[in-house]
Design a protein around this ligand. Structure first.
Ligand code: HEC
Length: 146
């Protein structure tokens, strides 16, 4: 086999591999986006993208503060860590401390002086817990019809 044809073969293999990766990703999304209702003491979610009035405030705070700039639009991490992972281990107390004091030496800003964050700390926590649990889908949310 010539060098050139082995490159072509490699490229073809990569093309074939691409849809497989996409399938795995889709399977993950299907698992984290269940239909039906999930109700916990922190949040209620229907069909993955309709949430209770508190969780939607959490999501709005997330958007307004552009946390995604560092933690990624799907909370899966960028320059900051994946909060989908973090919220599995972080206690509520650690979460609160991190937001109220920041970790200025590590690049996490201090939101303690930001009224919207202070007022919506529990809602932000509920929303991110729902994301971390895989019950709330990434992306746009709606409030459950009342
Ligand atoms: C300018 C970038 C930036 C922005 C904006 C930002 N963060 Fe962070 N955040 C970080 C970095 C970097 C860390 C990791 C700090 C460290 O290494 O301890 C972090 C850590 C955290 C942690 C702790 C994660 C852990 O595993 O210990 C939480 C929770 C968090 N951020 C939530 C938020 C929320 C909610 C917002 C929006 C209100 C936000 N962050 C906005 C950069 C940012």
């Amino acid at each position: 086999m010539t060098h050139r044809s082995s490159i072509a073969l490699f490229a073809a293999a990569m093309l074939l591999a691409a849809p497989v990766v996409a399938q795995v990703t889709d399977a993950t999304i299907a698992r984290v986006a269940p239909t039906g209702a999930v109700e916990t003491p922190l949040y209620t979610v229907v069909d993955g993208d309709k949430v209770d009035s508190n969780s939607i405030k959490g999501w709005r705070t997330w958007r307004a503060m552009a946390c995604e700039r560092c933690h990624g639009p799907n909370q899966e991490g960028l320059v900051g860590p994946s909060l989908v992972n973090s919220l599995k281990v972080l206690t509520k107390e650690q979460f609160t401390q991190t937001l109220m004091n920041g970790r200025p030496d590590k690049g996490m800003p201090n939101f303690g002086g930001v009224k919207m964050v202070v007022d919506n700390l529990d809602h932000l926590y509920a929303y991110l817990k729902g994301r971390s649990d895989g019950a709330i889908k990434p992306g746009h949310l709606h409030e459950i019809d009342k």
